[in-house]
Ligand binder design. Structure first.
Ligand code: ADP
Length: 254
C-alpha cells in the first residue's frame, strides 16, 4: 500500500540543530570594551514647580568589572543620584548610563525589570529586609523573586558564608545593624548579581562591625566576582577600596 508522504513533524529539535540556529550576536569592539558602570556626560535635573536642582552636571566615570570602588563627596554632591541612575531606579535628564553592557535607555520595561531583579543589588544602610520574615526567609524570598532554583538551600549556604548560620532564624529586629547589612549582602551574593551598589552602609556602625561589613563586601568581589560600588562619607572606609572617585557639585573632581 502506498504511503502518503508525511508532513515534516515538529518533534524535539536536536542539539546540533539548535547549535546551527544559534547566531553569535554581533558585537562591536566598543561593546566588548564596556565596563561595569559607565556614565557619559550625564546630567540629572530635578524640577519641582519653579525650583530646579542640578544634581549631576556632566558626570563622566567608568568602573571596571570586579573593581571595588568607593564614591565619596560632600552631602548634596550627587552620590545617591548616581546610585539611583546606575540601579535604573531613575533616568538621566541627558547623557548616557551604561551598566554591564546595557545602555539603560535602550532597554524596554521588561528588560529593565530583569536588570533590576537579576543583575544589580542596591544595599542601603537600613530597611533592606522584610521585617516580618526571618533572615533565612528574607534571602530565600529574594531568590524566589529572582526566579532562582532551590532558594532555601542557597539562602542557608549564603548566610553561612557570611557568618550568619546561627542567626538565620531571627527576624531583622533581633539582629544588629551590621548583621542586617550582612543579610542583605548575603542575598546579593546568593542572587549572584554582578553589580552591587552600597549606599552609606557603614555610616552608623561601630568600627568592629564596619570592618566585618567591609570584609563581606570584599568577599562579594573575591568569591562571587561582583563589581562593588560603595558610596561613603568616610575617608577611612574609602581607603579600603581599590580606587576612590570623588564627586563635587555633580561631577568628578580632578
Ligand atoms: P548626596 O547623595 O551626595 O548627598 P544627592 O544625589 O542626594 O547627593 O543630591 C544631589 C542634589 O540633588 C542635592 O542638592 C539634593 O537636594 C537634590 N535632590 C536629590 N534628590 C532630589 C529629588 N528627588 N528632588 C529634588 N531634588 C533632589
Amino acid at each position: 500500500m502506498a504511503v502518503a508522504p508525511s508532513k515534516p513533524t515538529r518533534g524535539p529539535i536536536g542539539r546540533e540543530r539548535l547549535r546551527s540556529l544559534y547566531v553569535e550576536p554581533e558585537r562591536t569592539d566598543l561593546e566588548l570594551d564596556w565596563g561595569a558602570v559607565e556614565f557619559h556626560d550625564v546630567f540629572k535635573i530635578y524640577e519641582a514647580g519653579e525650583a530646579r536642582t542640578v544634581a549631576l552636571r556632566g558626570l563622566d566615570l567608568r568602573i571596571e568589572r570586579r573593581e571595588l570602588v568607593a564614591v565619596i563627596g560632600p552631602s548634596g554632591s550627587g552620590k545617591s543620584t548616581f546610585l539611583a541612575l546606575a540601579a535604573a531606579l531613575d533616568t538621566p535628564s541627558a547623557g548616557e548610563v551604561r551598566c554591564l553592557g546595557h545602555s539603560l535607555a535602550a532597554l524596554d520595561d521588561l528588560e529593565l525589570a530583569s536588570y533590576r531583579a537579576r543583575e544589580v543589588a542596591l544595599v542601603f544602610q537600613a530597611d533592606n529586609l522584610w521585617p516580618a520574615l526571618s533572615a533565612h526567609e528574607n534571602v530565600a524570598t529574594a531568590l524566589r523573586l529572582a526566579g532562582i532554583s532551590e532558594p532555601g538551600r542557597r539562602a542557608s549556604e549564603a548566610l553561612a558564608a557570611f557568618g550568619l548560620a546561627a542567626r538565620e532564624h531571627l527576624r531583622p529586629g533581633a539582629l544588629s545593624g551590621g548583621e542586617q547589612q550582612r543579610v542583605a549582602i548575603a542575598a546579593a551574593a546568593a542572587r549572584r548579581v554582578p553589580l552591587v551598589l552600597a549606599d552609606e552602609l557603614t555610616g552608623e556602625l561601630d568600627q568592629g562591625n564596619e570592618r566585618i561589613v567591609l570584609r563581606a563586601l570584599g568577599e562579594l568581589r573575591e568569591s562571587y566576582g561582583a563589581t562593588v560600588v560603595l558610596v561613603t562619607h568616610s575617608e577611612q572606609v574609602a581607603a579600603t577600596a581599590d580606587r576612590v572617585i570623588q564627586l563635587r557639585d555633580g561631577k568628578v573632581t580632578a
